[in-house]
Design a protein around this ligand. Structure first.
Ligand SMILES: [Zn+2]
Length: 125
């Protein structure tokens, strides 16, 4: 998609809306690969020079999300990518799979999620 100020604003609005629904702190959004490369190296560790290959990348430790707008073909894929990345933020312990995809579908259907709480360790007794 063509990245212009209007689209940027639309994306930030969507991120705001979904962040509220998912009870997460709104992440900082990067829109182009150059911004990924300009971030401090430790913030984008692991997915830096290869980030351009993906529609989106979440840097969970730093509450940072890359939305690869120029690679994304259409509005529907954009919406999916935003929700996908924000589900990573809300469910940091979940990897891709059935459960993850279900949460993405629920997110797209305007479901709200309560804040993430780290589970207390259960000690054997
Ligand atoms: Zn993912």
């Amino acid at each position: 998609m063509k990245l212009d100020p209007d689209l940027k604003l639309q994306i930030l609005e969507k991120v705001g809306i979904y962040s509220n629904r998912f009870s997460i702190q709104e992440p900082k959004i990067l829109f182009v690969t150059k911004e990924v490369l300009d971030m401090p190296r430790e913030m984008t560790d692991g997915l830096r020079t290869s980030a351009y290959k993906y529609y989106g990348v979440s840097y969970l430790q730093h509450n940072l999300v890359f939305i690869n707008v120029r690679k994304i073909p259409d509005e529907k894929t954009l919406e999916n990518t935003i929700v996908h990345e924000l589900i990573h933020m809300r469910f940091p312990y979940l990897s891709h799979g059935k459960r993850f995809n279900k949460l993405v579908r629920q997110g797209l259907r305007e479901k709200t999620f309560s804040p993430y709480k780290k589970r207390k360790e259960v000690l054997p007794h």
